[in-house]
Design a protein around this ligand. Sequence first.
Ligand code: ADP
Length: 753
Amino acid sequence: MSETQRSRRRTTTQDSSTTHGLTLAGFLSRTLHYFRPYVGHTAVVLVALLVQAAFRVAVPIAYQQIFDRAVLQRDMAVLTRILGLLLAGWVVQATASLVQDFFSAKSGNRAMSDLRLAMFDHLLRLPVGYYSRTDSGDLMSRFSNDLAVIENAFVRSVHTFLFSALILSTSLILLFVVEWRLALITLVALPAALLGPKLFSGRAQWLSYQCKKLEAKVAASIQEAIGSHAVIRTFGLQDSRLRDFRQQLAELVNLATKARFAATLASRTASQSVYFIQVLTMGVGAFLAIHGFLSVGSLVAFVALLLNVANAANHLSAVMPELLQASGGMQRVLDFLSEEPTVREVQGSPALPRLSGKICFEDVSFGYRQSSQALLGVNFTVNAGESVAVVGPSGSGKSTILNLILRLYDPDEGRVTLDGLDLRYTSESSLRAQTGVVLQDSVLFNTTLLENIRIGQPDASEADVRRAARKAEIHDLIMSLPNRYRTRVGEGGSHLSGGERQRIAIARAILRNPALLILDEPTSALDPATATAVNTTLRRIGRECTVFSTTHRLGSITHMNRILVIERGKMVEQGRHQDLLDRQGVYHRLWSKQSGFTVSEDGRSAQCSPERLKAIPLLAGLDHQRLQTIADLLVSESYPEDRIVYSKGEPGDRFYLIVRGEVEQILSPDGSRGGGVRKMSDGDYFGAQAMLDAMPRQATLQTAAPTLLLSLRRRQFEDLLAGEPGLRARIERETRHRRIEQHDTFETLIARF
Ligand code: ADP
C-alpha cells in the first residue's frame, strides 16, 4: 500500500477512532503547550497567583496571632503590627490580582489567536477530498462552539483552577501545622470528598465530547437546510426535515442534560463533602478547646483555613464543568488538526523548472475511496505546447486526470511526471507558479475587478492586470463601467454575467503567465453564443502554452492537437478529432450522440434532425416522415441550474432529449442525494417509458447546469401511432429489448435501489 493510500485511510478513519474526550490532565498539558510561546507572561501570572494565594492562607494565621497574642493578652502594639502587616499584604495581593488579570487576558488571547491561526492554516492545507466528506456545519462548529469553550478556559477557568488548587493544597498543609489531630480528621474524611469527582468525571468528559459532536450535527443540519432550501420547498420536505431536526434536538437535550448533570455531580459531591467535614471539625475543635488542648486563636485559624478549603473546593467545582467542556472542545480541535493533508510535500523537494519537455502519465491508478477506482492504469505522453482535450461520459474520470496534474491528489499507483520529474518529489509551489486554472464555476470574491484578477499574483502591477484583461477580452467592458477596474463585483461576482465571470477567471489565469493551462469545463454553464466567444479566446491564449481541458461538448475541441478519450477510468482512445471519428469507436459514439442539433444564438431553443431521432431506440422503428413530424413537434425547454424538471410520483407524460447541459436523476425516495444520483448530459434522453405506459415518474430530475431540453408530449406520440397497432407493438418490443441490453440504464439502477 502506498503512503498516499495509508494517509487517506488514516484520515477517513480518524473520526471514528476518537470517541472519547481529552482527560483534564491532557487538556492542561495541551494548554501549557499553547502558552509556551508566552512563557514570560505566564511566569508573571503564576507569580501573581502565588502572591494572592499566600495572602489568602496568611489571613487565618494572622487571626490566630490576633486572638492568642493581641485580643486575649490585650496587647495593642502586637495588634497594630499584625493589622499593619495585613494591610500591606492586602495592597500587594490587590496589585498582584490586577497584574494577573491583565497578563492572563493578554497571554490567553494570544494563545487563542495562535490556535485559531493554526486551525485556519490547516484548513487551507487540507486535501480537496476532506471538504467533500465533511459537513461544513461540523467544521464551522469546531471554529465557533469548540473554540469558544476553549477560549473561556484559556482566559479564565484555567487560572481559577490553578488558584483554587493552590489554596486548597496550602490550606490543607497549614491545617496540620495549626492542629494535627483536627487535620487528621479532615484528612480521613477528604478521600471521600475526592471520590465523588473521580467517580463521575470520566463519564462527564465522555458525555461532554459526545454532546459537542451532536451540537456540530445540529449546526450541520441548519447549514444544509439553508443550502438546500429550494429543494426542500419544491419537494415539500419541510415536515420531514422538521421531524428529523426535532429528533436531533431531543437527543441533544437528553445528552446535554446528562452531560451537565454528570459534570455538576462531579463537582457537587466535592463541595458537599467539604461542608460536612467543616461541621465535624468545628465540633471536635470546640471540644478540644474546652478541654485546653487547643488555643482559641488556633481554633479560629483552623476554621478560617477550613473555609479556605471549602471556598477553593467550591470554585474548583464551579470551574470543573467548564474545563470538562473545554477538554471536549479541545479533543475535537485536535482531531481536526490531526487530519493529514493527502498530498504531502517531501522536505527539500526540488523546484520544477518551467515546463519545456513532456507531461507523462505512467500506469496511473487512483481512487478517491478504497472501494472504487476513478482511474485505472492510465498512460499517455503529451509534449509541451500541445493542446489536449480529455473527453468521455460523465463520471469517467476526466476531472480526476486534471486533479492529478494539478497535484490535488497523488496517484495510488504509477506516476505523473513533468519533464521527467515525478510530481510527488517536486515542490508544490513551483507547480502552482506555472499553472493557470479556469473551472466551470469561477469563484469571484466580493472585491474590485482589479483585486479579483490579481488574486493569484498579488505583486502584479496594474499595467500587467490590464494586459491580462485585454488578452481575456474583458478590458473594454471593464473600462465602460463607472469605476472601471475599481468596480466591485458583488457577492460571488453577482454583478457580472456568467461569460464575464469566466473572462475574469481567464484574465486571472493569464496574469500568472502559465506554462500549463488547465480548463475544467470552462464554458459548459454558458449560453452557446457566449460559449463560442469564450472558446475562441481560450483557443487564442492556448497557443502560448500547454493546455489540458475537459469538456463534454465535443464541438469545441475538434481543433485540439490531441484528444484523450476516457471511459470508466481507462483511457480507451487517443488522437486527433478526424482520426478518432474514422476509428468508429467510443469517440465516434459520443460525437454521434451530440450531433444533429441546431441551437439558436441565445441558446434558448433548438431543433433536432430526423436522422438524430432515429438513433433513439424508442423512435428507431419510425419512417422518415414520422421522424420529421416528431422533430417538428419537439418543444424547446430552457432551464437554469438547480431547477426541477419533474418530481418523483408525477404522471409521466413527456419524453426529453438533452440538447446541452447536465441533469441529475435523483433516485432516493425522499429526494435527498444520499440514495444515488445519475448524471446525464448532451445527447442523453430520459422518459422513454412515459411514452409507452402512463406510469408515474420513478425519480426526480433536476438540472445541474443551465440546460436546454427538447420534449415530446405522450399524447402527440400516441396520435402519431394511432391506427397502427403493429408499429406500436414493434416499438414496445424494441425498447424493452434495448433496455435489457444496457447494463447501466436508469431502470436497472432503480431496480437495484
Ligand atoms: P468526470 O470529470 O469524467 O465527470 P470525475 O473525474 O469527476 O469524472 O470522477 C470520476 C469518478 O470519481 C466518479 O465516479 C466520481 O463519482 C468519483 N469522484 C469524483 N470526485 C470525487 C470525490 N471528491 N470523492 C469521491 N469520489 C469522487
